[in-house]
Design a protein around this ligand. Structure first.
Ligand SMILES: [Fe+2]
Ligand SMILES: [Fe+2]
Length: 344
């Protein structure tokens, strides 16, 4: 028999519930005499204040450490400020006396319960990715794609689990693959709807547009804990992706064997790099140049469309029952959004 605790996920909690179960410390800040805590799981998080906090408390100090797990043994869920769900505030001394929060030993919970991941089936997404790669006819673009997306390449294994962001959109395990497939499918649709598009350029650019994220995020936690890497801080994914692709093209040109492509036309190389560099659309959104070709403009819109669709999708998917019919503030959208009464 499993010794794992049954648990109530954050998105199933509503006002008046008595929470019992294990939650992870998502954030913890000491502010004057209290600990401003955020506890959560893969479905969301809920704030809690602990009064009369004492730093380095032997028994309860773990609550100030991000990633630690806390067992809640009957903490009331209440509504604050008319709309924000929170765990009822408590005094540190009361928590210790009554044992309402205790340390959760590793092994008493499923780590997966705390890892946000793509809702989509990774195998299916990889199959879709493979079909999109195979649909590219230009031999040089195809060879470039194969360097990253061939099953044997190191980038492929990493790509399958990598997050696409730290906090913006697709910020979870498998997010980069999901986002890339979505963006490329949107681009594929645009090719069938408009004229004057070089489909091979658009599809290749879409598949590679965020490849720099393999370097701009850290590998710690196998993609499960999105963190910006040092290269990410200093260069970010657009510049990193651009140099990864330049390097790959150089190698393809230098390779005299069957995988080599020979020389690329200077304009062909330029177009491919432009797809990466211009995909954020505006200088103030991180692109060093605005799109100067239709393919780059459409890639930018497809990228943005998927990023925004994902923000709404996740917010609606993981909205708590108590939040239905209310406005909810979301930091990654910088606004309040309305959570409809019924989940569609
Ligand atoms: Fe990007
Ligand atoms: Fe993107």
């Amino acid at each position: 028999m499993s010794n794992k605790q049954t648990r109530q996920f954050v998105n199933s909690l509503s006002e008046g519930d008595i929470a019992r179960g294990i939650y992870q410390v998502i954030d913890a800040r000491v502010i004057k005499n209290y600990l401003d805590l955020r506890l959560g799981d893969k479905t969301g998080s809920i704030p809690m204040k602990i009064w009369d906090w004492r730093d380095n408390d032997e028994e309860m100090g773990f609550l100030a450490v991000k990633g630690e797990k806390a067992m809640l043994n009957g903490i009331r869920v209440e509504i604050f400020d008319g709309r924000v769900l929170q765990f009822a505030a408590a005094r540190l001394s009361d928590i210790k006396r009554n044992g309402t929060i205790t340390y959760a030993q590793p092994g008493t919970y499923d780590e997966d319960d705390f890892v946000a991941s793509s809702d989509r089936n990774a195998e299916e997404l990889l199959e879709e990715l493979g079909a999109l790669v195979s649909s590219v006819k230009n031999a040089r673009y195809r060879a470039l794609l194969d360097r990253f997306f061939q099953k044997e390449s190191a980038a492929y294994a990493q790509f399958a689990i990598w997050p696409a962001a730290v906090g913006q959109h697709h910020a979870y395990k498998g997010g980069l693959l999901e986002h890339t497939v979505n963006v490329t499918k949107l681009c594929d649709f645009l090719c069938s709807n408009y004229k004057h598009i070089d489909r091979d350029l658009l599809i290749t650019g879409a598949l590679l547009h965020d490849i720099g994220k393999l370097k701009s995020y850290d590998s710690s936690g196998n993609g499960t804990k999105p963190e910006v890497s040092l290269d990410g801080v200093f260069m970010d994914h657009i510049a990193l992706g651009c140099s990864m692709i330049e390097e790959a093209i150089d190698e393809l040109e230098a390779d005299k064997g069957i995988f080599g492509t020979g020389q690329w036309e200077p304009m062909e190389r330029r177009l491919m790099l432009h797809m990466i560099l211009a995909h954020h659309g505006e200088l103030e959104w991180g692109s060093p140049v605005k799109p100067v070709i239709m393919e780059a403009q459409l890639l930018h819109f497809a990228d943005n469309t998927d990023a925004w669709a994902n923000r709404f999708e996740r917010a609606l998917e993981y909205a708590g029952e108590g939040e239905r019919g209310t406005m909810k503030r979301l930091e990654n959208m910088d606004r309040f959004i309305y959570i409809p009464l019924k989940k569609i």
